[in-house]
Design a protein around this ligand. Structure first.
Ligand code: CP
Length: 318
């Protein structure tokens, strides 16, 4: 991989929290990606445990389900030497009616955490909590608004495979309107100079894009033309009101990424999906499992170094 960001100065990253890509400049995104790239290069060395967060406590509060994000934050925190405390919301006193703020302040009083990783279905919940606690808060996904570390790991994956972000033609297709991943990716990729298109039917297209310069398409073949990267997004059923999609079968017939549709992208185009992949829905098995073109498992792997970089910068630059 080329190393386009090697001369970045980490002292220029001055954020207390990581709530959204919208708060970051292109230079700050480059600082995170540069450090993540450093960690990614060393991830296979089992003895590489920098231990820079020894004695620190990272509190994990996932009010929505997760496999990739929560586990990779845990691995990242532990590789940096931190203690990891995960609260199982399903067996907590939230179920008895304790409020979000009371739950967080109770745990804050008990643990005095050095960082809180939080996922919540409500728009802006991590930002709200950040105003009440005395430690960095990292948004691990709120509603359909933002999932900043996912966009950062997607960008790292693109860079490590294509050597750049600037000038890349990236198509994001599927349920754009309800996807926080699509939203954070639109913001990040346009800031970094990529050409971003989103492809969705009118009912799953946002009324307004979260970034300038994004182009919308309703036709897969048209939107995929000459793309370098194609990212599929699952139907976010947990956030869609019933009746919005008349027929999911008809939707997938028109918007599933198939080899025939992929042929409209560049011959060396690569395939991404933040996961979870729902088999039989947003992407054909043949493409999802293509060992030469699918970067899906690389994305999962890159979640660890990106989250190591985020924890390192937020906790050690203070
Ligand atoms: N991509 C993503 O956020 O996956 P999880 O929901 O499994 O964390």
């Amino acid at each position: 991989m080329t190393k386009p960001f090697q001369k970045v100065d980490r002292s220029q990253f001055r954020h207390e929290h990581l709530i959204g890509i919208d708060q970051l400049s292109a230079e700050e995104i480059a600082i995170i990606l540069d450090l993540a790239d450093y960690y990614a290069d060393r991830l296979d060395e089992k003895s590489f445990k920098p231990d820079i967060l020894r004695g620190d406590i990272v509190l994990s509060l996932f009010f929505e389900d997760s496999t990739r994000t929560r586990t990779s934050f845990e691995v990242a925190a532990k590789r940096l030497g931190a203690d990891w405390v995960n609260i199982d919301i399903d067996t907590s006193s939230v179920k008895k009616g304790e409020s979000l703020l009371d739950t967080v302040m109770t745990l804050h009083a008990m643990l005095r955490p050095d960082a809180i990783i939080m996922r919540h279905k409500e728009y802006g919940a991590p930002e709200f909590i950040a105003k009440h606690v005395g430690c960095p808060v990292i948004n691990a996904g709120d509603s359909w608004r933002e999932h900043p570390t996912q966009a950062l790991l997607d960008a790292l994956t693109m860079m490590r495979n294509k050597g750049r972000l600037e000038g890349l033609n990236v198509a994001i297709c599927g349920d754009i309107a309800h996807s926080r991943v699509a939203s954070s990716n639109m913001i990040l990729l346009t800031k970094m100079g990529a050409n971003v298109r989103v492809i969705a039917p009118p009912v799953l297209m946002p009324e307004k894009f979260p970034a300038e310069g994004v182009t919308g398409y309703h036709d897969m073949n048209e939107g995929l033309k000459d793309c370098d990267i194609v990212m599929t997004i699952r139907l976010q059923k947990e956030r869609i009101e019933s009746g919005v999609i008349e027929s999911t079968e008809a939707f997938f017939n028109e918007y599933r990424l198939t080899p025939e549709r992929m042929a409209h992208a560049r011959p060396d185009a690569l395939i991404m999906d933040p996961g979870p992949i729902i088999r039989g829905e947003q992407i054909s098995d043949e493409l999802a499992d293509d060992p030469d073109r699918s970067l899906i498992l690389q994305q999962v792997r890159n979640g660890v170094p990106v989250r190591m970089a985020a924890l390192d910068l937020l906790l050690k630059n203070r």
